[in-house]
Design a protein around this ligand. Structure first.
Ligand code: AMP
Ligand code: MG
Length: 409
């Protein structure tokens, strides 16, 4: 059996880094930047008021007091977006709104709350510092400065920055297109009645959701029965929609393990056993004329889930233009004992509890009671996988363990 690390390396060896494409700004959401974004302008582009009030010469108000206020004639009204050039001579002022350009000559903005709000003359009863309530040109971004690095994921904040420097389109690594196909003669579409021996198909929904959470575009094809010709035809038909094919089921040692049968004949997919539990039977390779990567995951729902988190996550990161690191891990204290088969790394579903804020202790992790690879129910609560090393067969409550954090979705 090969190690988990070796299988991760082998699988990643198949995955070419993506090609950048230019997309419209909104389409960039959730993708990874392929370029360094430089601002063509300074931000703010001009000195402007940060409050509604009056643009003044600060020196005019140096002697203003409540008992002896200064009154200045209001010579203009400047709204945000007002582009007409205005100059305020000494001894005068202009009404100004938030975001409006500070007129030539003025060096401070007095908030309206400090005045009588007058429209022909305004009364000032206290001095103001030069520069008060003025946002200076370039105090946010200097023209020519790099505002976003390549490799950054475009979320809401990055989107705001891109638009604020005037970008309408941007070069990104597009979301990888993932196609999910399950196999199994026993499977029935949820919503349809079950016959004897049948089960509702769940893997393709679970894997599709996991791939969506991981920033991919997903096509859930659903499932096909255990018929070799159908599996082959279906996979061929799906190629044009896929940067990555993921199948579930049909890769163990049984008589009807159709994915293994069909893809072994193609000669481009390796079927191996990885020293882990669940998830021992794994297959990976390429399929079709363009060498589309394919990962064939085992059919047991928990095995498929764990295989996705351990092997598919790094692949998706590379396809998205990110470094292909595994899910993050942390150390935690087990709340109840666990067992694990010798020579295999176990990934047990668990619920992680972070220590109270500031407490100098590790988080705790409660392993799920039902750990069978068919026992799907605990997946809904699990937010972590407890990793039990190959050479460990038992861990007592209180032991320190490595825990893989599951993505939040
Ligand atoms: P297989 O890997 O095809 O031998 O399947 C192993 C186990 O997982 C069997 O009990 C299957 O019924 C179950 N299984 C396989 N595929 C799915 C699926 N798409 N949804 C739910 N259970 C599945
Ligand atoms: Mg099957």
């Amino acid at each position: 059996m090969k190690t988990v690390e070796q299988h991760v390396r082998d699988v990643l060896g198949l995955i070419a880094p993506p090609e950048p494409t230019e997309v419209d700004l909104l389409q960039a959401h959730g993708t990874v930047l392929a370029e360094a974004v430089v601002s063509p302008v300074s931000l703010p582009g001009f000195d402007n008021a940060s409050m509604d009030g009056y643009a003044v010469h600060a020196a005019d108000l140096s002697a203003a007091t409540a008992d002896d206020p200064v009154r200045l004639p209001v010579i203009a009204d400047i709204a945000a977006g007002d582009g007409s050039p205005v100059a305020v001579p000494p001894g005068m002022c202009a009404r100004i709104m938030t975001g409006a350009p500070v007129p030539t000559g003025a060096d401070a903005v007095v908030p309206v709350e400090w005045t009588d709000g007058g429209t022909t003359t305004a009364r000032f009863d206290r001095p103001v510092k030069g520069g008060n309530a003025v946002r200076c040109a370039g105090d946010d971004v200097r023209e020519g400065a790099e505002v976003l690095r390549p490799g950054v994921r475009v979320g809401a904040g990055e989107m705001g920055v891109l638009a604020s420097v005037g970008r309408r389109s941007v070069s990104v690594f597009p979301r990888p297109r993932v196609v999910v196909l399950s196999t199994g003669e026993e499977l029935v579409e949820p919503g349809r009645p079950l016959g004897p021996g049948q089960i509702w198909e769940s893997n393709s929904f679970m894997l599709a959701a996991a791939a969506l959470d991981a920033g991919c575009e997903v096509h859930r094809h659903g499932f096909v029965g255990d018929d070799a010709a159908t599996v082959l035809d279906t996979l061929e038909g799906l190629l044009m929609r896929a940067d990555l094919l993921i199948t579930s089921g049909g890769v163990s040692m049984g008589a009807y393990d159709v994915v293994k049968e069909v893809l072994t004949q193609q000669g481009t997919v390796d079927f191996t056993q990885v020293a882990m539990q669940p998830g021992k039977p794994q297959g990976f390779g390429t399929f079709g004329p363009d060498g589309t990567p394919i990962l064939t995951l085992p059919g047991n729902p928990v095995s498929a889930f764990v295989s996705f988190q351990v092997f598919v996550q790094p692949v998706l990161r590379r396809l998205r233009g990110l470094d292909p690191r595994p899910l993050p891990t942390t150390r935690a204290t087990l709340t109840s004992p666990v067992t694990s088969p010798p020579g295999r790394r176990s990934f047990l579903r668990g619920v992680l509890t972070e220590p109270a804020h500031g407490a100098d202790v590790r988080p705790t992790v409660a392993p799920a009671v039902r750990q069978g690879s068919h026992q799907l129910s605990a997946l809904a609560d699990a937010d972590a996988l407890v990793v039990v090393p190959e050479d460990v067969t038992e861990l007592r409550a209180g032991a320190a363990v490595e825990v893989m954090r599951l993505p939040e979705g």
